[in-house]
Design a protein around this ligand. Structure first.
Ligand code: FES
Length: 376
């Protein structure tokens, strides 16, 4: 197991480039930071190339390209070509907005290996209402079929919330109709915008149980043939935390649009200072920065994690969730029933059983300014 000190630190396997926070959609479940930054601070093409080279030299092999909407970057094909040429397996995580048949061909020619397209619902009106964009559904559907025809392995991703969970049968039928290979039905994780909208987003226990039973029925009907469905419930309903990111600074490195290197996509909000690839080599960041070292191993852990016999399974859970719910990222994840803050999770779950609050803040620049202006 990892201990502080570079000789025991394994190289990163996963590199996620959040190439932009710009996005044509306004989904209230977005896990991007509420502070969306400025497009003018995004890394240049050459700077992304340098990050890719440094990560590959360290041994990273899996590359995710996300955002925001990565298709907003006109140089996306160049970034993919470079990544492909140096040996990355490349995965594009997209809403399909900004995709065209020509662009799919260009992405394929650049060497892209894998595409994941998100839907918000199987109902066009509900899809477009959640996404905050007219005609998004029809475009996504058309692009999904084009991508499939181009021979990419197809992953459909649907973020499940109180707004769409009761349409889960229709969502699965859409996945079958579109001949998806793999379908991720993942209940929203409450970070970023989703944390602000948690009360309206979180399904009740009864809704989750009904949805899970539907997914199991569909799996039985399909009897092993595709699509394969993955159903992810919110960790708020668990009593032990998830091993978030497989441990802080263990296998995963995330680069925000402005070049800040992070151990996960939400880590900036912990208040921990993280280095930027514009001025520090990735190897140095990974092995020697305080930000990546502060939660490696077990020495940093307070009780109850320090003496817990499950700490090597969950690493104390999620540092960002600890920050959001307790104000200190070093605390045990409140999802854990042993955490002195577990009552905060229980309160949110209790609220979700009877919540009628459907008010949500769409992910917009205006709302970002509003939330940031009232933050302490
Ligand atoms: Fe940051 Fe879990 S999301 S550690």
């Amino acid at each position: 197991m990892l201990k502080n000190g570079s000789s025991n630190i394994k190289p990163p396997l996963w590199l996620l480039l959040e190439v932009t926070y710009q996005c044509p959609l306004h989904c209230p479940y977005c896990s991007n930071p509420v502070d969306l930054g400025s497009a003018s601070n995004e890394l240049t093409t050459e700077q992304w190339f340098r990050v890719l080279d440094q990560a590959r030299e360290m041994g990273a092999v899996q590359l995710g390209l996300s955002g925001g909407e990565p298709l907003m970057r006109k140089d996306l094909e160049q970034i993919i070509r470079h990544a492909h040429d140096i040996g990355f397996y490349t995965n594009l995580i997209t809403s399909a907005l900004g995709m065209t048949e020509k662009r799919i061909n260009r992405l394929k020619a650049a060497g892209l290996d894998h595409i994941q397209i998100s839907f918000q619902s199987a109902d066009p009106d509900l899809n477009d209402a959640i996404a905050g964009k007219r005609n998004a559904f029809e475009h996504k559907k058309a692009m999904f079929m084009c991508v499939k025809e181009s021979g990419f392995p197809m992953v459909m991703n649907v973020v499940i919330s109180r707004q769409n969970i009761e349409q889960i049968d229709a969502i699965m039928a859409l996945a079958v109709e579109l001949d998806a290979d793999f379908v991720e039905l993942a209940t929203s994780q409450y970070y970023g915008w989703a944390y602000h909208n948690r009360e309206a987003l979180m399904p009740s226990k009864a809704q989750l149980e009904t949805a899970e039973a539907s997914v199991n029925r569909m799996r039985e009907q399909l009897n092993g043939s595709s699509p394969q469905f993955l159903f992810v419930t919110p960790d708020y309903y668990e009593t032990r935390p998830k091993p978030c990111m497989s441990g802080w600074g263990n296998i995963f490195i995330n680069i925000a649009p402005d070049g800040t290197a992070l151990p996960c996509h939400s880590a900036a909000m912990t208040g921990i200072p993280f280095p930027n690839v514009k001025d520090t080599d990735l190897r140095d960041i990974w092995y020697h920065s305080d930000g990546f070292n502060c939660f490696r191993g077990y020495d940093w852990m307070p009780e109850p994690c320090r003496s817990c016999d499950e700490k090597d399974k969950d690493y104390g859970g999620c540092r960002c969730q600890a920050m959001l719910l307790t104000g200190d990222p070093a605390n045990a994840d409140p999802v854990c029933s042993k955490s002195p803050y577990h009552h905060k999770i229980e309160k949110a779950v209790a609220q979700a059983q009877c919540s009628h609050n459907s008010e949500m803040m769409a992910r917009t620049v205006k709302n970002s300014q509003l939330i940031l202006s009232v933050k302490p």
